[in-house]
Design a protein around this ligand. Structure first.
Ligand code: PLP
Length: 221
């Protein structure tokens, strides 16, 4: 199937209130352009270097999302144009994003990434760390970032019960933070969860942003 056909199929499988982030990591500019021509406007990359190479070669109205682990020293390269950073996993990183956003006269939208999977390797905050962050004095002084919600990755497993429980955990974290710390924020509304293998479960459990790569562009080499 072509990229356009894959996108059409996904759009009919995903509820209307859920936005699709086309994860184009490792894929060439030509494939991204093909998805763009089929109407896709939100693309996700996980590496800064790859993103900054592709971005100038593609249409300016693309909304670029950074979905992978972000090192503080690389924030400056994406600060001029990034639409949403899904992977904020420390107070220090958020501070750097705020600083680089200010330098660019921007407010950068961010999600707090939570560690919900069983795997050790996945990045993310614990609930306690997030609460400490959003209640800190530093956070109160950050004027150039906006926290738009939460993000998480489920364990890579065939066991749907494990995946569903992890997505429920993330949804619970979202609800609690919303009630405790973001009750007056209209911006705090996104739950980024679900990939090619688990997006159906994710949308059933309240996802508002699914991040899908291989189901659009084919398997990565
Ligand atoms: C690669 C990646 C995805 C997309 O994975 P697929 O299984 O190809 O859909 C989603 N989220 C993150 C954080 C990724 O790194």
């Amino acid at each position: 199937m072509s990229i356009a056909e894959n996108l059409n199929e996904l759009r009919s499988a995903i509820p209307a209130n859920v936005r699709l982030v086309a994860v184009s990591k490792t894929k060439p500019v030509k494939s991204i352009q093909e998805a763009y021509n089929a109407g896709q406007r939100i693309f996700g990359e996980n590496r800064v270097q790859e993103l900054t190479q592709k971005q100038p070669l593609l249409p300016a109205d693309i909304e670029w999302h950074l979905i992978g682990h972000l090192q503080k020293n690389k924030v400056k390269y994406i600060a001029p144009f990034i639409s949403l950073i899904h992977s904020v996993d420390s107070a220090e990183l958020l501070k750097t994003i705020n600083k680089e956003a200010a330098k660019n006269g921007r407010i950068i939208n961010c999600l707090l990434q939570f560690h919900i999977a069983k795997e050790e390797t996945k990045f993310g905050l614990s609930f306690e760390e997030a609460v400490e962050l959003v209640k800190s004095k530093d956070f109160a002084e950050m004027k150039n970032i906006k926290i738009c919600g939460v993000m998480g990755m489920a364990t890579l497993t065939e066991d749907e019960t494990i995946i569903r429980n992890e997505f429920r955990e993330l949804y619970g974290i979202f609800r609690t933070l919303k009630e405790q710390d973001f009750q007056h924020s209209d911006d705090f509304k996104e739950i980024s969860m679900g990939m090619s293998g688990d997006y159906k479960i994710a949308t059933e459990e309240g996802s508002t942003l699914v991040r899908i790569g291989s189901a659009i562009f084919g398997e990565r080499g």
